[in-house]
Design a binder for this molecule. Structure first.
Ligand code: F6P
Length: 328
């Protein structure tokens, strides 16, 4: 294949997610396969601004497919939000002879890439890496599946204590704006109630459901609460509220936090990362730009980055219905 693109850079940006290393490996190895130079950019856009670059070959990414986090480090970079910062980044890329880059990250990282592409007509392709699964144009983001498995494993353990002590647990999971982790892990872990930002069913309904559950003979319960839930109360306030209104319950709280972002990626995320990395490099070599790689109907797809940023993912209503039936 003859292409104007001879040197491709790869960086990870924003919050890390399991599968980022597998995607880096895929980009680097695809470049090696296509006989294109590959450069790693460390510390996201900050490293781009500072010229923190390193040449990569196929062997540079040995034994990382199974590692959580990102070997390239990541950062949320304020300087890249300014025209001056982006000018410095462009100067560094030109100086290093880099023709295009692949950014692995979430919507903030894609917004930076899109603005940069518009300003400098610089070829960029995005790979969605975030545990939140909140990017339009892909059914799955890298790290979502692994995070779900981590959350379910934790809740299974919490359930042991919940049932031994006849307790009610509020478990807070990540998801600032979306409830995909909460809903999916909630169904997978058999939660009694799932509180997500997309649906505010009200606190009365929560009390009703907990009361019904006790009356139906359940001795313990798990309620999953997404970080961005709109009930107006955080998990600790929910605990107090339930204790006050339903003193029959002995309530505890568990905030899972950043453990959800760590750990070895699942097989699903490794395969997805490998497929996405190949597509990202191929797209650049074909002269495509400002697109995000995604997966839809098990096919690897390309969506304009602008659409990916502006579009909204929808919560799965059918899964909400399933979760309601399962709590009978
Ligand atoms: O976007 C990924 C995410 O893990 C969110 O679920 C969470 O709200 C946020 O990042 C936490 O960000 P930080 O690691 O900067 O505290």
């Amino acid at each position: 294949m003859s292409s104007k693109i001879k040197k491709i850079a790869v960086l990870t940006s924003g919050g890390d997610s399991p599968g980022m290393n597998a995607a880096i490996r895929s980009v680097v190895r695809t470049c090696a396969y296509m006989k294109v130079d590959c450069i790693a950019i460390y510390r996201g856009y900050q490293g781009m601004i500072e010229g923190d670059f390193k040449s990569m070959d196929a062997r540079s990414v040995n034994n990382i497919i199974n590692k959580g986090g990102t070997i390239l480090k990541s950062a949320r970079c304020n300087d890249f939000r300014t025209p001056e910062g982006r000018k410095m980044a462009h100067d560094q890329l030109v100086k290093a002879g880099i023709d295009a880059f692949v950014v692995i990250g979430g919507d903030g990282s894609f917004t930076g890439a899109m603005i940069f592409n518009k300003e400098y007509d610089f070829p960029v392709i995005g790979i969605p890496g975030t545990i939140d699964n909140d990017i339009f144009g892909t059914t799955f983001t890298l790290g979502f599946d692994t995070a779900l498995n981590t959350v379910v494993e934790c809740i299974d353990k919490i359930r042991d204590t919940a049932s031994s002590h006849n307790r009610l647990f509020f478990v807070e999971v990540m998801g600032r704006d979306v409830g995909h982790i909460a809903l999916n892990a909630g169904v997978g872990a058999g939660a009694e109630e799932i509180l997500i930002p997309e649906e505010n069913l009200g606190l009365d309904r929560l009390l009703e459901s907990l009361k019904r559950s006790k009356e139906s003979g359940k001795s313990s319960s798990i309620v999953i609460v997404a970080e961005g839930d709109k009930s107006g109360k955080n998990v600790f306030e929910l605990k107090e509220y339930v204790e006050e209104h339903l003193p029959i319950y002995d309530v505890r709280v568990s905030v899972l936090g950043h453990m959800q972002r760590g750990g070895a990626p699942s097989c699903f995320d490794r395969v997805l990362a490998s497929r996405m990395g190949v597509k990202a490099v191929e797209a650049l070599l074909e002269g495509k730009t400002s697109l995000m790689v995604g997966i839809q109907d098990n096919k690897i797809t390309l969506t304009p980055i602008e659409k990916a940023i502006k579009g909204h993912t929808k919560i799965d209503k059918e899964l909400i219905r399933v979760s309601e039936i399962m709590t009978t």
